[in-house]
Design a protein around this ligand. Structure first.
Ligand SMILES: [Zn+2]
Length: 63
């Protein structure tokens, strides 16, 4: 898999595991993803985010 690049700076992004997720009003645990060392834009790992948000939605709808 190719390294992720920041589309703005055109540099390789750093892999990090402390990305803050903002999803509605929920305070979710940090996600893994990528952060640009230059402009600090963050990219959440797609698969992880999908699984995480899906489980949150199930939890909410389960009541
Ligand atoms: Zn950047």
């Amino acid at each position: 898999m190719a390294n992720w690049m920041c589309s703005k700076c055109e540099v390789e992004v750093d892999k990090v595991d402390d990305i803050k997720i903002i999803y509605k009003d929920l305070d979710l645990p940090p996600a893994s993803g990528y952060r640009c060392p230059q402009c600090s834009v963050e990219y959440i790992d797609g698969e992880y985010a999908a699984n995480d948000l899906a489980s949150v939605e199930e939890m909410l709808e389960g009541k």
